[in-house]
Design a protein around this ligand. Structure first.
Ligand code: GLU
Length: 289
């Protein structure tokens, strides 16, 4: 099967340094493998979204030399596929409705395959997946062997929220399969979601892609660079500084003599091999400036 990678931003703000690193890293892996690089806009959480963000991110990428092989897939248009996956889980008795509030569950109370609150006919429930006592292991191409006890770490996690929105975990596995993704390259903040996604793939009979989690970019104070972080601006009208910075973060050379994004990416790609990516879970962004 030929390689297919993807970049899957949530439209909660403009393109920021952390997401540029994920975009560049996934692009390099796809191009190195001679495969395709696809886009997916994860717009299934309207309360967290910023109007205009999806357009702004999609419009910015080509300026960095990052050209996808197909038009972006929008998760907001995929509800029929998520409904179908949900019905499949329901028919197999793998989900249960849950009326517990956040407060009910605060303090580490664990559900054990059933909701602890009384069913409320007048309120829509969240839907949770039954999670058995199970260890999930996988080999991350950069972070190495990972093992998670799914029950104690994630518990019976939500796959459809009270508001009716599908959870990221469900939408992500349905769409990785739909887009034929063979390797997921993304930030290390999602490493601990991966066992939940692998378990969902098993429940739904979907293939499990390979995974590579890139180090997380930290700000000077050691915190995850957030989308509001001004210290590492990503300016699509002046792409070279941020592109150099992102490539440097991924241990790639960025000669000053190269002044355009596409030739700089081509130069980096010639020298890129996934095993030379930084083998760490997080890394200060400013060290690579
Ligand atoms: N939409 C997620 C984000 O922007 C990334 C999801 C993924 O790559 O699986 O953080």
């Amino acid at each position: 099967m030929s390689y297919r990678g993807r970049f899957a931003p949530s439209p909660t703000g403009h393109l920021h340094f952390g997401s540029l690193v994920a975009a560049v890293g996934s692009w390099l892996c796809a191009r190195r493998a001679g495969g395709q690089w696809l886009l997916r806009v994860e717009d299934i959480d309207p309360p967290r979204e910023m109007p205009g963000s999806a357009e702004s991110i999609l419009a910015a990428l080509p300026g960095f030399g990052l050209i996808a092989d197909a038009p972006a897939l929008f998760q907001s248009k995929r509800s029929a596929a998520y409904d179908q996956a949900f019905e499949q889980l329901k028919a197999a008795n793998q989900v249960f409705p849950c009326w517990c509030s956040r407060n009910d569950l605060a303090g580490g109370l664990h559900l054990d395959g059933q909701c602890l609150a009384p069913a409320a006919e007048d309120r829509t429930p969240a839907w949770r997946l039954h999670v058995p006592d199970l260890r999930i292991s996988f080999d991350d191409a950069l972070q190495g062997r990972q093992t998670q006890n799914l029950r104690s770490t994630a518990g019976d996690f939500v796959i459809r929220r009270v508001e009716g929105y599908y959870a990221y975990q469900l939408a992500c596995v349905v769409d990785d399969a739909f887009q034929g993704i063979t390797q997921v390259v993304r930030g290390n903040d999602l490493l601990d979601s991966t066992p939940r996604q692998i378990y969902l793939q098993q429940c739904l009979g979907l293939p499990t892609p390979d995974y590579l989690h890139l180090p997380l970019a930290l700000d000077a104070g050691g915190r995850k660079l957030s989308k509001t972080e001004q210290a590492h601006p990503v300016d699509p009208t002046d792409p070279m500084p941020a592109l150099r910075h992102a490539l440097g973060f991924l241990n790639l050379p960025t000669p000053l003599a190269i002044r355009e994004p596409a030739p700089l990416l081509a130069y980096a790609l010639d020298r890129f091999t996934p095993k030379n990516l930084p083998h760490c879970s997080e890394r200060p962004a400013n060290k690579t400036l």
